[in-house]
Each structure stands twice: as structure tokens, then as C-alpha cells.
Write a protein that binds this ligand. Structure first.
Ligand code: 13P
Length: 251
């Protein structure tokens, strides 16, 4: 199933950056991004939302967050609500990144609730799914990603076409090991079929990003796959020339 929508290239800075480094990075991106044919976003650490909001103002670069609370307000020390993110012009929020699932014990249901909180505030959740190496080797890849996505569909079925999905095989994150274009496409097709079951023809509009050691050298072949609608980029999004080359490959 091919889809005519614009691709999305989103950088996930993870816990990296400083006032000075962010300014240099965003200025270089602004200078190089031009009238890109794809959508571009940077998902930054929360303390820098205000800074990066003003750095990207008037540019085609959208602002993203790396997580969002499932709760609207109250006694949830350390969390940020979707409304707070919205106050800073946030357009996208990553939810269910494998680092949050692994280090913070986020369950499929918790991720689904976070996606719902983002949607309720008009923020597009970038819902991450992906299998570990052990799960892949045991032949459980499709089952794992389907289970993770099913929770999000179950809780947000009425507005499921508003989400972005990111397939991020855990074994490919930060390891330099990328899924081959064929491996990525096979899983994206599984996800697309599941979305089609939930949303009918609307599923073709939903962007499914690939993430995991995507870089300037391998981006074009991954992005050429029919169900790869963009990328969620970690390490390579911290280097302006690399991120710009990935953007160019998607345009
Ligand atoms: P890397 O691009 O550094 O492998 O990270 C991928 C990722 O986790 C993006 O969310």
C-alpha cells in the first residue's frame, strides 16, 4: 500500500544538548532546511522547549517533546501535561519510546493513555513500537509490535488516524545496526495492515516512521520502501549536516 502523504523526519535529541549547542544546531538546520518537501521536527528535552520554540519560530521546523503525562494535572512530580507542552507550541510528542518502556517500566496501557492525553490537547503522538533482539530471534516481532499498537488503537480508536507510528527495533537503537530496508518494510506492512483493520482507508494517511541507527548513508534506501513514511532519528539528529542529508533524502 503506497501513500501520497508527505514524509516526516523527526529528530529525537534524547538527553543531549545545552543552551549553546541547541542554538548552534537549530541555526544550522534553519539555514539548510530550505523549502523541504517533507515535514521536519525536533523533539527536545523539556527544559529547552521554550528556547527551541523561539529558535524554530518562523521556520518549517516543528517542535516536539519526548514524553507526555497521561494525567491532566495534579500531584505527579516530574511530569509534564499535554496542555503544558501545548503552551510551548509543541506539535508532536514521542510516547512509548523503548527507553521509557525499559527504564521507566511503561506498559502498553500507560503508553496508550499518554497517546490519548496528547491527542486530547491537539498534539500528535509519535507512538513507538519495536521488538528486542531476543523477541526477534524467537520469531515474535510481528506479535510484539501488534500487541503494542493494539493497546493504542483500543484506547484511541476514534481518532487513530491522527497518530504517527514509529517502528524502532530495540536492537537497532544506538547500536549502528540498522534493519535492512526489507526488514523494515516487512514490519511496516504488518503495522499498516493492523491500522487498516482499525481505520479502513484512513490508514493510508497514517505515517509510519522507521527509527534505529538511521543515518545519512542509509536513509534513502529505507525511505524508498512503500510503507516507510519517514524517520525518527537519534544520534544523527544531533549533527546538522547529517540530519539535513536525511531530510534531503525524504524530500
Ligand atoms: P539512533 O538513531 O541513535 O539509533 O536512535 C534511534 C531512536 O531511538 C530515535 O528515537
Amino acid at each position: 500500500m503506497t501513500s501520497p502523504k508527505k514524509k516526516l523526519i523527526a529528530g529525537n535529541w534524547k538527553m543531549n544538548g545545552s543552551l549553546a549547542a541547541n542554538e548552534a544546531l537549530v541555526q544550522a538546520l534553519r539555514a539548510g532546511v530550505g523549502q523541504s518537501g517533507c515535514d521536519v521536527a525536533v523533539c527536545v528535552p523539556s527544559p529547552y522547549l521554550a528556547q527551541v520554540q523561539s529558535l524554530v519560530a518562523g521556520s518549517p521546523i516543528a517542535l516536539g517533546a519526548q514524553d507526555v503525562s497521561a494525567h491532566a494535572q495534579g500531584a505527579y512530580t516530574g511530569e509534564q501535561s499535554a496542555a503544558m507542552l501545548k503552551d510551548f507550541g509543541v506539535r508532536y510528542a514521542i510516547v512509548g519510546h523503548s527507553e521509557r518502556r525499559q527504564y521507566h517500566g511503561e506498559s502498553d496501557d500507560a503508553v496508550a493513555a499518554k497517546a490519548g492525553a496528547a491527542l486530547g490537547a491537539g498534539i500528535t503522538p509519535i507512538v513507538c513500537v519495536g521488538e528486542t533482539l531476543a523477541e526477534r530471534e524467537a520469531g515474535h516481532t510481528a506479535e510484539v509490535v501488534r500487541r503494542q499498537l493494539a493497546a493504542v488503537i483500543h484506547a484511541n480508536g476514534h481518532c487513530i488516524t491522527e497518530i504517527v507510528v514509529a517502528y524502532e527495533p530495540v536492537w537497532a537503537i544506538g547500536t549502528g545496526k540498522t534493519a535492512t530496508p526489507e526488514e523494515a518494510q516487512a514490519v511496516h506492512a504488518v503495522l499498516r495492515a493492523q491500522l487498516h483493520h482499525a481505520a479502513g482507508d484512513g490508514a493510508a494517511r497514517i505515517r509510519i516512521l522507521y527509527g534505529g541507527s538511521m543515518n545519512a548513508a542509509n536513509a534513502a534506501s529505507l525511505l524508498a520502501q512503500p510503507d516507510v513514511d519517514g524517520g525518527l532519528i537519534g544520534g544523527a539528529s544531533l549533527k546538522a549536516p547529517d540530519f539535513l542529508q536525511i531530510i534531503a533524502a525524504a524530500a
